[in-house]
Design a protein around this ligand. Structure first.
Ligand SMILES: O=C(CO)[C@H](O)[C@H](O)COP(=O)(O)O
Ligand SMILES: [Co+2]
Length: 218
C-alpha cells in the first residue's frame, strides 16, 4: 500500500479550507505540511497561525516537514498544534540524536530528511530510532521543481539500511513526483509519496490523487 501525501504548499491559500476538504475526501493518506524559515532554505512558507488552522481542519495524519534551523526550539509547539509526524533536516541539526529523542518524548513520530547531496550512511547510527526517512528528490525550498534521477539509487540504499538494521522507518520521497515516476519509486522501496504541484495544478486534483495511488501500487 502506497501512501499519497499532498503537499499543501501548492494549495490555493485563498481557498485553503476547500483544498483541505478535498484532501480529506480523497484517497490521500497524509497531509504534508512544509515549514520554511528563509534561512535553511531560500523561501518562507507560513507559520503557526496557518498551521493551527490546517491541523484543525485536516482529518488525516499531519506530517510536517521542517526546513528550518534550530528545530528544537519549536518541537513542543508543533506537538501542541496536533502534528503526528515531525521531520527535521539532517543538515539543520548539530545534535541530531538529541533532537530525535526530544520529538519522540512528546509522543510524535520522528523523521529525518536528507538533502540530495547527503548520503544515507550518515543515518546508520540513528536509523533504529526513526519512524521516517525523508529522501529529498529536489533541493528543498520550492514546489514545482524537476525530480533528481539519483533518488532511485538512494531509496534502494535506504531500504537496504532499514532491512539490515531491522528499523521500522518508512521511506518518504518529496519533490517532483508525478505519474511518470510514482511506480518506479515504490518499486525501489518508497512507502510515502509527497506530491504538491502534480496534485494542485491538475484539472481534477481528487482524480490525480487516485491516479498517483494507482500508479504507485501497480
Ligand atoms: O518540501 C518541499 C519543497 O521543499 C515540498 O514538499 C515539495 O517540493 C512538493 O512540491 P512538488 O511536488 O511540487 O515538488
Ligand atoms: Co516537503
Amino acid at each position: 500500500m502506497a501512501i499519497i501525501a499532498p503537499s499543501i504548499l501548492s494549495a490555493d491559500f485563498g481557498y485553503l479550507n476547500q483544498d483541505i476538504d478535498l484532501i480529506n475526501n480523497s484517497e490521500a493518506g497524509w497531509f504534508h505540511i512544509d515549514i520554511m524559515d528563509g534561512v535553511f532554505v531560500p523561501n518562507i512558507s507560513f507559520g503557526f497561525p496557518i498551521l493551527e488552522a490546517v491541523n484543525k481542519k485536516a482529518q488525516k495524519i499531519k506530517d510536517t516537514h521542517l526546513m528550518i534551523v534550530n528545530p528544537d526550539r519549536y518541537i513542543e509547539t508543533f506537538h501542541k498544534l496536533g502534528t503526528n509526524y515531525l521531520t527535521v533536516h539532517y543538515e539543520a541539526c548539530t545534535h541530531l540524536h538529541r533532537t530525535i529523542q526530544a520529538i519522540k518524548l512528546t509522543g510524535m513520530k520522528a523523521g529525518v530528511a536528507l538533502n540530495p547531496h547527503t548520503n544515507i550512511h550518515l543515518l546508520e547510527d540513528v536509523i533504529t530510532d526513526l519512524d521516517l526517512v525523508l529522501i529529498m528528490s529536489v533541493n528543498p525550498g520550492f514546489g514545482g521543481q524537476k525530480f533528481i534521477e539519483n533518488t532511485y539509487k538512494k531509496i534502494a540504499n535506504t531500504k537496504d539500511l532499514i532491512l539490515q538494521k531491522e528499523s521500522k522507518a518508512l521511506i518518504q520521497v518529496d519533490g517532483g513526483i508525478n505519474l511518470d515516476n510514482a511506480k518506479k519509486l515504490t518499486e525501489v522501496g518508497a512507502d510515502v509519496l509527497v506530491a504538491g504541484s502534480t496534485v494542485f495544478n491538475a484539472k481534477d486534483p481528487m482524480q490525480m490523487i487516485h491516479d498517483l495511488k494507482q500508479k504507485a501500487e501497480s
